[in-house]
Design a protein around this ligand. Structure first.
Ligand code: COA
Length: 174
């Protein structure tokens, strides 16, 4: 079994609800996607709205993976730069696979679909992302071809007294 990926899916209520549920479940399972548990859908909604606004303005594009039942099971948002000197690479945000599907290779499939999607975007030569240090995520991204190119010590405060590095990773597409 594998996920079915769609780049730039139509933004329907079903898609919005599916992404919201995914993001909430991943966050509550301890995923590093901008929140610390516990969170509700209402905590996540404003962040999703920011992505949706970016999509409406053509700055952000969504890659979504659906499982065999058609449920939203994985996402990655591809965000173009507005800085005129940085239009040759894009950001990858909110990379996640639903906890019920993790550990089966879907994460790697998602990253490979994200690289393929980025290659279809005019003028894009590299993909950049950041991740929370201390969880082994760097190893996951390195296994997908990314290289660590920077690390800001203690930039992410997940709780008082628990600071994590903000790790910058890059995938050249050439
Ligand atoms: C990170 C994530 C997308 C990986 O997806 P997945 O489907 O579980 O990963 P895969 O099954 O494709 O695993 C690929 C490899 O990465 C490793 N890996 C996966 N998640 C890992 C993690 N959190 N830390 C360390 N290694 C990890 C796997 O062990 C596997 O290695 P192997 O081939 O040597 O066995 C998924 O675990 C997830 O959504 N996590 C929560 C959200 C999150 O933290 N996202 C990252 C935002 S920066």
């Amino acid at each position: 079994m594998s996920l079915t990926f769609t780049f730039d899916p139509p933004v329907t209520p079903d898609l919005r609800d599916g992404v919201l549920d995914l993001w909430t479940d991943v966050s509550n399972a301890g995923g590093s996607v901008g929140f610390v548990p516990p969170v509700t859908r209402e905590d996540i909604r404003p962040e999703l709205l920011k992505h949706l606004t970016g999509m409406a303005e053509g700055r952000t594009r969504l890659l979504v993976g659906r499982d065999a039942e058609g449920r939203v099971a994985a996402t990655a948002f591809l965000a173009l730069n507005t800085h005129r000197l940085m239009t040759h690479w894009l950001w990858l945000y909110t990379v996640m696979v639903h906890p019920r599907h993790q550990g089966r290779g879907y994460g790697r499939d998602l990253m490979s679909a994200a690289a393929a999607a980025a290659r279809t975007v005019d003028g894009i030569e590299a993909v950049r992302l950041t991740c929370r240090g201390g969880l082994g995520l760097e190893r996951f991204y390195e296994s997908c071809g990314y290289k660590e190119v920077g690390r800001v010590p203690g930039a992410i405060r997940v709780a008082p007294g628990d600071d994590r590095d903000d790790v910058v990773l890059l995938l050249p597409l050439s």
